[in-house]
Each structure stands twice: as C-alpha cells, then as structure tokens.
Design a binder for this molecule. Structure first.
Ligand code: DX5
Ligand code: ZN
Length: 218
C-alpha cells in the first residue's frame, strides 16, 4: 500500500448529497476528509462552520482534517474540535501568537497544523516546527477550489522537507490547491506526504482512478 495520504476537499462536493460525497471518498480509498472553512474575512469566500463539520464527522470514520481560513482562528478552535475535527490547521498569517495557538489546538485534543499562503516563506515556521504535526503548503491563493497550481510551491516543499529532517522527522507535509494526478508525482518527489484534492476528485469522471493514480506516484 502507498504512503501517500489522499484528502478530498468537500468544497468541490455536491452539498445536496454530502453523505454520498463522503462515501465516495471512502470507497475510493481516501484517508482524510478535508474541510475548508472560510469566513469572508481572511479569504474572499464564505463556506461553512462547525455545524457542517459535525455532520461530516457523523458520516465517516476517516480523519477529519479542518483547514481554517478565518480571521483570529483561536475563537473557534475548540468548537471545531468538538465538532469532530481530528486535525485543525490555522494560517500562519492570521496568528500573532502562533505557539500559543498550536498549544491550544493540542490541548483541545486535536493534531496541530499550520498553513502557509503562497507568498509566506517556509522559514517563518522554523522555530515552531518541532511542535507541529502538519504543515499545509498552499499551492493556490486560498479562497476557491478549481484554481491553477502555483509552481513555486515545489521549491517550498523541498525547503520544508529539508527542515523536517533536522527538526521534526514525523511532520506531515500536506499540499493544497490545484493538485491532480498530473502534478502529484512532482509534489510527492519534492517531499509532500498528503495531497489535498477538491475539483480533481469530485469533478472527475472516475474519482476511483484519481485516488489510485495519486497513490501510485510513490
Ligand atoms: C482553497 C482550499 C482548497 C481547495 C482545493 O482555498 O483550501 O482546499 O478546496 O481545491 P482544488 O483541489 O480544486 O484546487
Ligand atoms: Zn484547504
């Protein structure tokens, strides 16, 4: 079996049949369900809150991976963990006291992730890296599904993979935005372990094949 973690993002699912979408992800062999929370402040789009995450968690045994694209995420971390999130990822750009926020996520009982926008340097996480379970490299500007993969993300993954060696060998490097079977190989070769895929999975003719291909790259 493959070491590549596949995480379909329900942002691209048909919300009139959320259970069906999650079951499709399960059957296709996905590992996590990625929940994109947007507040219209940190990003220009609004999606959903803990209420939907809780509904998702009642549909599946898969790991609920919650990506908070919201202003001042500390205000809602506890609620998203209570809603069933096993992992909570906040944005570095939105946390004044990132170490405190990471501690808080863990104290709530979830794994702690930090995400970087395309313009944020990997070096900003150097000191916090030993405390993290996950880093989420954005390969699009957050806000919408279906955008084009930003190629400079590859160098960031490589740089982070190098830091991981020194500081935290267990760190999961996840990549989010414009991921498809076409670029999955390059992303994993650079050091990525978890591939988030919204449109490539949910808009695919054959989502089973998409997971199979993306798992097959390593
Ligand atoms: C973007 C979200 C992504 C998005 C990915 O702001 O964080 O998780 O759903 O969608 P695709 O895979 O279509 O780029
Ligand atoms: Zn996301």
């Amino acid at each position: 079996s493959s070491n590549v973690i596949i995480a379909p993002s329900i942002l691209s699912a048909d919300f009139t049949n959320l259970r069906g979408a999650i079951e499709l992800a399960e059957k296709a062999g996905a590992d996590w369900i990625h929940c994109d929370v947007m507040d219209g402040m940190f990003v220009p789009n609004i999606t959903f809150g803990p209420f939907i995450v809780e509904a998702v968690s009642r549909c599946t045994e898969l790991i609920i991976d919650t990506h908070l694209m919201i202003a001042d995420p500390d205000r809602y971390i506890k609620e998203f963990v209570a809603a069933g999130s096993h992992q909570v990822t906040v944005h570095q750009e939105e946390c004044k006291h990132l170490h405190r926020t990471v501690d808080f996520i863990k104290s709530c009982g979830a794994k702690a992730g930090v995400s970087l926008n395309p313009s944020t340097n990997v070096s900003t996480l150097e000191d916090i890296l030993p405390d993290l379970d996950l880093v989420l490299i954005m390969s699009v500007n957050p806000g919408f599904g279906g955008q084009k993969f930003i190629k400079s993300a590859i160098d960031k993954i490589k740089k982070l993979a190098q830091l991981r060696q020194e500081k935290n060998p267990d760190l999961v490097i996840a990549i989010d935005g414009g991921i498809s079977p076409k670029n999955a190989g390059e992303v994993v070769a650079a050091g990525g372990n978890a591939l988030i895929a919204g449109s490539a999975f949910f808009k695919a003719e054959d989502p089973f094949e998409v997971v199979k291909k993306m798992k097959g790259v390593s």
